[in-house]
Design a protein around this ligand. Structure first.
Ligand code: PMP
Ligand code: GLN
Length: 383
């Protein structure tokens, strides 16, 4: 293995899911739901499977899906031409990697917000570019906020792109309009491309709202917006994602994408098109249910003795283990199955500064209520 990929030999999600299977622990590690998506979408997939949609779809994606993606973006007031400004990918993961490969090269710097989604540093390494991390910091109410001064000082003449994920995995924070406007302003002033990972766009709770970065002044033409069906429609295994941007940026991403997978998920693409057009009421129900699960797990963790950071979006909540008498959550994560029969992910693995983040565990709440309740009952044993 080449040196630049040596830090990336296994993903924390694969490791944690293997640990859960081996120890028969409850898996609140890897974020995936334990129920299926809307029936209309599953029926549409079945119809497509039996209806002859089993050969290569067109390179940019099936036209009905590109049209549905464009209609969906229009809900935010963003107009994209489905023929030149939308590209279907093998999940958001491929979209992110293809965007980084297409837009950065050795000598370029890419800003990544810490804690970061695990594939970001790997994508930057594959491109041979250099990552610069800018931290989120816990505010007074425990919500994680962007250190804008740190962002400003991380920008250099070599900065080519910034990866922005909101709603944010792993913290569950949703960037405010003030934070997004500050990012937008710095991108415009310094000619930086934003790669906006919005896979949790529909999973926002309470007073939080998702405002795509591309809606901010000057950003439509410099943002590669990325989303996927997995989180919105409970189908993380389908790996249908998409990119929306200018014709130039979409062509660039396509140049990389076509030699990574070429195409994927032929019969699933029409089903996702159906879901985007017809199943958003189902998604509203999903969001309400996840918001209640977020409350349920957060309260349970607090009762079990953790200090819980507020989560306003995603599948995840972060909890501080120090009040339970543990100094190191990274160590505790590996012992958690044995001590409590539960798996969670140490937040330190999503950072370049493991010592500063070593007190936090990430728990996934996208599970049936009885699973969450059993996990909480077991976690009471930690005290
Ligand atoms: N970005 C973030 C922030 C994620 O949490 C995930 C995991 N679902 C992805 C990207 C990858 O999405 P996909 O499964 O569509 O590749
Ligand atoms: N996005 C999911 C998580 O953060 C996992 C995806 C994966 O396993 N690569 O848990």
């Amino acid at each position: 293995l080449v040196p630049r990929l040596r830090p990336f030999t296994s993903t924390i999600f694969a490791e944690m899911t293997a640990l859960a299977v081996r120890t028969e622990a409850i898996n609140l590690g890897q974020g995936f739901p334990d129920t299926d998506g809307p029936e209309g979408m599953l029926d549409a997939a079945k119809d497509a499977l039996y209806g002859g949609a089993n050969q290569y779809p067109p390179g940019p994606g099936r036209p009905e899906l590109r049209a549905a993606v464009a209609r969906h973006r229009a809900r935010y007031g963003l107009d994209y031409d489905p023929d030149t400004e939308v590209l279907v990918t093998a999940g958001a993961t491929e979209a992110i990697t293809a965007a980084v490969l297409a837009l950065t090269e050795p000598g370029d710097e890419v800003i990544v917000i810490e804690p970061y989604y695990d594939s970001y540093p790997a994508a930057v390494a594959m491109a041979g570019a250099t990552r610069r991390v800018v931290p989120l910091v816990a505010g007074q109410d425990g919500r994680f906020v962007l250190d804008i001064a740190a962002l400003r000082s991380a920008i250099t003449p070599a900065t080519r792109a910034i990866l922005v994920n909101s709603p944010h995995n792993p913290t569950g924070t949703v960037l405010s309009d003030v934070e997004l406007a500050a990012i937008a302003d710095l991108c415009v002033k310094n000619d930086i491309i934003a790669i906006a990972d919005e896979v949790y766009e529909h999973l926002v709770y309470d007073e939080a709202a998702h405002h795509p970065l591309a809606t901010f002044p000057g950003m439509r033409e410099r943002t590669v917006s990325i989303s996927s069906a997995g989180k919105t429609f409970n189908c993380t295994g389908w790996k249908i994602g998409w990119v929306c941007s200018t014709p130039e940026l979409v062509s660039a991403v396509k140049a990389a994408k076509q030699f990574i997978t070429f195409v994927s998920g032929g019969p699933l693409q029409p089903a996702v098109a159906h879901a985007l057009d017809h199943e958003l009421p189902w998604v509203n129900g999903l969001r309400d249910s996840l918001s209640a699960k977020r409350d349920r797990l957060s309260a349970g963790l607090a009762e079990a003795g953790f200090t819980v950071h507020p989560s306003l979006g995603t599948y995840f909540v972060c909890a501080d283990v120090r009040p339970l008498g543990y100094a190191d959550a990274t160590e505790l994560a590996w012992q958690l199955p044995e001590r409590a029969g539960v798996v969670a992910v140490p937040v330190s693995v999503f950072t370049d500064h493991p010592d500063e983040w070593k007190h936090l565990l990430r728990f996934a709440f996208c599970k049936r209520d009885e699973v969450l309740d059993e996990a909480v009952a077991r976690l009471h044993k930690l005290r």
